[in-house]
Design a protein around this ligand. Structure first.
Ligand SMILES: Nc1ncnc2c1ncn2[C@@H]1O[C@H](COP(=O)(O)OP(=O)(O)OP(=O)(O)O)[C@@H](O)[C@H]1O
Ligand SMILES: CC(C)(CO)[C@@H](O)C(=O)[O-]
Ligand code: BAL
Length: 880
């Protein structure tokens, strides 16, 4: 069962912006769904759409006075904030923030009330409720051409207000993606144009109309409609459906199409505001349908109500209803050699998102270049028939002059008007071979329209050639082969030959095949890192890519770059090898190891300390002197007593389950029954979680090693004497780092980890690989690193290297289970968070009310004092 997610409610602009910036700094993307509240399924569909594009979703609820003129229905616009929050809580996947500002036009300066002159300016009345209230806001965004027609005619301030408030919301929320309903088609187009023209770096997505069962588009203002009015209003949708049918039969004359709708609406008792067939992009009225068009209708119905885009507006006394179903969508461009026909839904039939159950229309332009290739894409389900995802059709026309509206219905043979179009007939049962083109009428002859088997082959050939050429030009970096890097670094052997380890060869082909992707990706990254360190060492450049210490510190940072990656490597190899061992065990007793997998992981981690440490130190000793000092090695190993620390670190981080599920997933390729995480988590973030596990293990070992050399003076001397200096930090720096790590660990464990459980995320550490040009052999040591990097860029002969740093990321996962299992200090902190979340809105409201009251009191006081002073002066001067 889906757990309800409580959205965070933010009312303050700065707090909202701060939240977004914090999230973006953590690598999250944000989707914004602007609304005016009184939410319904149409809004929820936008939220669902947002989930498919971004990590986080912000819903703004704000009834914008800027888009209402004083004679419109601002005061009666429906609202139910509590009900909205309840609805949002039950949306699957939830909403992260509800941005609910009190007044977006309040700039804190105490705007002066002024008398508003309701004058008319060129283009209509320009007074909105914002000006009327005289709050001092005077900057407006206008999308000059698009806002003129249709709704813009009867609501002259509407689009100016919408564009402005949306621009404000974009600046406050700073989203990556914004979602709007195509129900308000003109609004959606206007926002897209504004985003393009003002260079907002935001993707604007239009979502299909969601309708009630009776076919009426959902709308907040529908609440104002009586059942009778609702019934009558359906005439718009019904008449549009008929117009659609007429177009389907070949009617391309817009006048006639419009007349039929106007007549039907009037007969139902409505008064037309406008009925326009407009170009999809420019929204300019068209007379003959030749390209993508939208049929927009607005009409007045009922008592005191007016509908717009299937929405009800109230309050201007016109007693009307209007609506905007959309008739025809097609994509055909005469300029292109290759035409892509995307079967978009004819929105008036789009009960659900996706394709309509009825036909799709294609309005073709007058002139299609000859030898045009059509790619027909999409899974169009129509009359029980299915169009395969890609059909290539080559049209060769001899005398084709004009193509008009065509019905695409793959079930029966296509029906055309006298002017025609090519259609492949698709038989769902036959996989291939049945694809044929039907050419009717005079424009295209059957011989000319042939389905070309060669097109995909030629495409593939061209693709291969272009890949080859790009490769030759060096645009695709040559990746070194795994085996060759292995030879260069030759670390695998060190581990596999070691008696302390499990005795199995670390590299088993079978295992590799099973554990392929995440293991290989991490392995390759580590090899790249080692290779890079080695190359830089050889070239004697001496510069390092230091970690950003402002991030969460790690003991690993105290260890030099080379040894650090070799320790990560040793940890990785150990885990990989152990995974292979467990796999074998599981083959014998799969059910046991599946159920007890978390115990298995604990054991693996617990016993990892010594072998990993040995493998690592041995490697380091080998690099210093050819024969490792076995005696020193065994002394070090004897003194390393931290098995429990590693496991404890994992438990404290709250990732025990995550790691064991990952291990289960990597080994068995599936999740345990009753696993609380989704499989997609591991397919998507498997590499990141594995890297986090490797880093956690290596970090714990680094901390044990540092403890050993800083606590045991003799050991430190002995290590130094053989030149095994893996930590070049001074004693003081080391102490500082260790304290910082310890403090941070405590804070993270008890505070941040609890917060991340609340916010349903895991904070992970991953290996971030970046490509750099290798430095040339010139003396670069005298330059600072950024100068060296610039030099490297200019020395183009160098080969590319990958440097790898440890990076912090967060991934979104439901963590209710861990949250419920909190104990001790972490439990109390979680209670505190819960309390804060409950009380903060109340405290904020009380605070605001009190401060409002104080300012009101002060204003009265000052006003009264001035009045008294004035009266005093008047009396003293003996004025009447
Ligand atoms: N039925 C719907 N299908 C798809 N999107 C919708 C639907 N209704 C509203 N939206 C979209 O939701 C967003 C917020 O709309 P809004 O809060 O104004 O609700 P509304 O139902 O359109 O109200 P109104 O009655 O004022 O038209 C807009 O982008 C709007 O286009
Ligand atoms: C986009 C919008 C939220 C701006 O106030 C409003 O016009 C709406 O809800 O469609
Ligand atoms: N969604 C339309 C908003 C308005 O009519 O004000």
């Amino acid at each position: 069962m889906e757990v309800e997610k409580e959205p965070l409610i933010i009312t303050d602009k700065n707090e909202m912006r701060q939240w977004s910036r914090t999230m973006r700094a953590q690598g999250k993307t944000i989707g914004l769904v602007p609304t005016m509240g009184y939410l319904h399924e149409g809004h929820i569909s936008l939220i669902r759409e947002s989930h498919t594009h971004t990590h986080l979703t912000v819903v703004s609820i704000y009834v914008n006075p800027g888009q209402f003129s004083p004679s419109e229905d601002l005061s009666t616009y429906p609202s139910d904030f509590k009900g909205d929050i309840d609805k949002l809580k039950s949306v699957p996947g939830g909403v992260d923030v509800v941005f609910h500002p009190y007044n977006l036009y309040d700039y804190g300066g105490g705007g002066v009330e002024r008398e508003v002159r309701r004058e008319k300016e060129v283009g209509g009345a320009v007074v909105s409720c914002v000006e009327e209230r005289g709050v001092g806001h005077e900057t407006w965004v206008r999308v000059e051409k698009l806002e003129k027609g249709m709704c813009g005619k009867s609501r002259p301030v509407f689009f100016r207000g919408v564009a402005t408030v949306v621009a404000k919301l974009f600046n406050v929320v700073e989203p990556d993606v914004a979602l709007f309903g195509k129900k308000d088609y003109q609004q959606w187009r206007i926002i897209r144009r504004m985003v393009r023209d003002l260079d907002f770096s935001i993707e604007v997505i239009g979502s299909e109309i969601v309708r009630d069962v009776d076919g009426l588009a959902m709308s907040s203002r529908n609440v104002h409609l009586s059942p009778e009015e609702r019934e009558k209003a359906l005439s718009i949708n019904q008449s549009l459906s008929k117009a659609k049918l007429a177009a389907e039969k070949g009617q391309v004359n817009c006048r006639e199409l419009k007349d039929s709708v106007i007549q039907a609406v009037r007969e139902a008792g409505g008064r037309i505001d406008y009925a326009e067939i407009v170009d999809q992009e420019s929204l300019e009225a068209v007379e003959v349908i030749k390209g993508p068009v939208v049929f927009c209708v607005a009409a007045w119905f009922g008592k005191g109500k007016r509908r717009e885009g299937d929405a009800v507006l109230d309050g201007d006394g016109k007693n009307q209803v209007r609506t905007y179903p959309i008739l025809i969508v097609a994509v055909l461009s005469p300029h292109l050699k290759t035409l892509t026909l995307i079967f978009s839904p004819t929105v008036s039939f789009a009960h659900v998102q996706g394709f309509p159950s009825s036909s799709t229309y294609i309005a073709a332009p007058d002139v299609i270049p000859s030898h045009t290739k059509l790619h027909l894409r999409g899974n169009l389900v129509s009359n029980g028939c299915f169009l395969p995802h890609l059909v290539n059709v080559r049209i060769q026309r001899s005398s084709c002059q004009s193509l008009r509206v065509v019905r695409f219905s793959s079930g029966d043979a296509c029906k055309f008007n006298s002017l025609c179009m090519v259609f492949p007939k698709v038989n769902p049962c036959a996989k291939d071979g049945s694809m044929r083109c039907y050419c009717l009428g005079t424009l295209i002859n059957t011989n000319g329209a042939t389905f070309s088997e060669w097109v995909p082959v030629v495409d593939q050939g061209l693709l291969m050639a272009s890949i080859f050429l790009t490769y030759m030009a060096g645009v695709i970096p040559a990746r070194k082969l795994l085996s060759s890097s292995r030879n260069r670094i030759s670390l695998g052997d060190t581990l596999s030959g070691d008696a302390l380890l499990s005795g199995r060869a670390a590299e088993n082909d079978n295992e590799e095949a099973k554990l392929k992707l995440p293991w290989e990706i991490v392995e390759e990254k580590l090899m790249d890192a080692l290779n890079d360190v080695e190359q830089r060492h050889k070239m004697g450049t001496g510069f390092k890519f230091e970690q950003d210490l402002s991030k969460r510190p790690l003991s690993l940072y105290a260890v030099d770059e080379g040894p650090r990656f070799r320790l990560l490597w040793a940890s990785f190899q150990w885990l990989k090898k152990e995974a292979g061992t467990v796999d074998n065990v599981s083959a014998m007793s799969a059910s046991v190891s599946r159920n007890d997998w978390s115990t298995v992981l604990s054991e693996v981690l617990q016993k990892s300390c010594q072998p990993v440490c040995v493998a690592w130190l041995e490697q380091e000793l080998c690099l210093k002197s050819s024969i490792p000092d076995k005696e020193l090695l065994s002394t070090i190993v004897e003194k390393l007593t931290g098995e429990a620390t590693i496991l404890q670190n994992v438990i404290n981080s709250g990732k025990e389950d995550l790691y064991s599920e990952l291990a289960q997933f990597l080994i068995f390729g599936s999740l345990r029954e009753g696993c609380c995480y989704d499989c997609s988590l591991f397919t998507q973030y498997g590499v990141d979680i594995l890297e986090d596990l490797v880093i956690t293990l290596a970090d714990a070992i680094a901390s044990l090693y540092l403890e050993l050399i800083s606590v045991d003076g003799n050991m430190s001397n002995e290590i130094n004497s053989i030149g095994l200096m893996m930590c070049t930090l001074s004693t003081r720096e080391l102490q500082k780092l260790r304290n910082e790590v310890a403090l941070n660990q405590w804070l993270h464990q008890n505070m941040e980890a609890v917060v991340s459980m609340y916010e349903d995320r895991f904070d992970l550490r991953t290996l971030q690989s970046q490509l750099i040009e290798g430095p040339s052999k010139t003396n670069t040591d005298n330059f600072s690193w950024w100068k060296r990097l610039t030099r490297m860029k200019s020395d183009s002969v160098a080969s590319p290297l990958h440097y790898v740093v440890i990076n912090d990321i967060s991934i979104m996962v439901k963590r209710t289970k861990e949250l419920r299992a909190l104990t001790g200090w972490r439990y109390y902190y979680s209670l505190f968070l819960e309390l804060a979340d409950i009380t903060m809105p109340v405290i904020r409201t009380v605070f605001k009310k009190v401060s409002d009251a104080i300012s009101f009191f002060l204003v009265c006081l000052i006003g009264r004092s001035l009045g008294l002073i004035y009266t005093g002066i008047r009396q003293s001067l003996q004025w009447k």
